[in-house]
Design a protein around this ligand. Structure first.
Ligand code: CA
Length: 427
């Protein structure tokens, strides 16, 4: 298998359809610049830049991508994605839909009939329909979960590379770069009913577009992640709860550490970015160090990000908030979020106090925040408006970021991010 032999014709193809923003230089051996966020700590992040020529792959479908990923091996490798790759395909490249995965008699209609809280009650689903759901979900996972090993760079070629339906996972691996790629619609065919979540029960979905779990030294740059094609707002409610199809856009959990997320676009989604999965995950103490800069969160309902434990530097991001909204910055247990020069745009009914929400958090450092063009102090307003059920937050998060490149004014970042964040926009 010598996929790199395809590089020349594909590069030519990409060059023929060059839009204004497409890079005309090869980015595949780029490494994270010095000081560019937490992923620059220590040895920095070099991804697959040391790959030999036999480990530079250009891939155009799922089967080629899976071969290049090599079962998550740690051999230095560069994977260039050309065009659109659909993860929901069989080995012949034919599309698989949810009905193709359903097995052992699973049907949503029967599942809903079996576990209706009015007849089933509040117990965890069990029995034939739940077993059939699990078997069906396993068939989908086998196609859509793609593991990325250490010392890997994945880049999109040109300005229109898309990986759709996949859950890309960096699991107990390190030194990974993912750039210039649209990650679209990590759609779960088989959500599970969890009667005991949040008092009313909830539908739990399996897939994040990108999941970093036990991952260290990861640079995510110029990606676009969204639910494009299947907005959860259009899904029905079952058991009086929204039947969500998507989990996070980019979740960072389970001791992941030293991560930089830059110039990326997170859009049209409910729970965008979870940093730290649970209050009891005390193994995350001292880890989950993440930098988010020059990203755009557009039409995101919540978690942009929600943080537990980690030292997280959030600077120069742009928030374009739409009507369906809960909060942006989530302050949870032992989090140390340092927010600088971020710009928020909201519809009229959303107020400054809505931007921050705390669950057992104690601190938030913020400076230079712009709200619809006006300077505001998120912390003072949060403390003034919170209902009293939650204690005030202090400004002392116990650290000051040192690993960063130039920090722009919020005004400038707002303009630059609107123009330059996301896949296909590397200058
Ligand atoms: Ca998740």
């Amino acid at each position: 298998m010598r996929k790199h032999q395809l590089i020349v014709p594909l590069a030519l193809l990409a060059a023929l359809s060059v839009p204004a923003h497409a890079e005309d230089r090869d980015i595949s051996r780029d490494t994270l610049p010095a000081n560019d966020g937490w992923a620059a700590y220590g040895p920095g992040t070099t991804g697959g830049s040391a790959a030999d020529d036999a480990h530079v792959f250009t891939v155009t479908d799922r089967a080629e991508l899976v071969r290049a990923l090599d079962g998550g091996s740690d051999t230095p490798k560069i994977i260039r994605i050309a065009g659109t790759i659909d993860a929901n395909t069989d080995d012949d490249g034919d599309h698989l839909d949810c009905a193709d995965y359903a097995t052992d008699g699973y049907s949503l209609k029967k599942y809903l009939a079996a576990y209706d809280p009015r007849t089933w009650g509040g117990a965890k689903p069990s029995g034939p329909q739940e077993e059939a759901r699990q078997a069906s979900a396993a068939k989908q996972a086998e196609r859509v979960v793609l593991n990325v090993g250490s010392n890997t760079t994945i880049v999109g070629l040109g300005s229109s590379a898309v990986l759709k339906g996949a859950s890309l996972q960096v699991k107990n691996a390190g030194n990974v770069i993912i750039r210039n790629l649209e990650l679209r619609d990590a759609y779960d065919c088989f959500p599970v009913w969890q009667p005991n979540t949040g008092g009313l029960g909830d539908w739990k979905t399996a897939y994040d577009n990108l999941w970093l779990t036990g991952a260290t030294h990861v640079w995510i740059d110029h990606i676009t992640a969204s639910d494009k094609g299947h907005p959860d707002a259009k899904e029905p409610t079952y058991f009086a709860r929204n039947y969500l199809r998507h989990d996070g856009l980019l979740d960072i959990t389970n001791g992941s550490d030293l991560i930089t997320v830059s110039w990326s676009r997170f859009a049209d989604h409910d729970k965008a970015m979870l940093i730290g999965s649970g209050d009891s995950a005390t193994g995350d103490r001292g880890k989950l160090r993440v930098t988010l800069h020059h990203n755009e969160f557009e039409s995101v309902v919540q978690r942009a990000p929600r943080v537990r434990f980690g030292q997280v530097h959030v600077y120069n991001n742009r928030y374009a908030i739409k009507d369906d909204y809960r909060y942006s910055l989530g302050i949870s247990v032992e989090s140390a979020l340092y927010a600088e020069n971020n710009a928020f745009h909201t519809p009229g009914h959303i107020e400054v106090a809505d931007l921050v929400k705390s669950w057992n958090g104690t601190a938030l450092h913020q400076t230079g925040t712009l709200f619809n063009g006006y300077p505001v102090d998120l912390l003072a307003i949060y403390n003034a408006y919170n209902s009293g059920s939650e204690r005030d937050l202090t400004a002392d998060v116990g650290w000051t970021p040192t690993l960063h490149t130039k920090i722009d004014s919020a005004e400038r970042a707002d303009r630059e991010v609107a123009r330059g964040a996301g896949a296909g926009r590397i200058p």
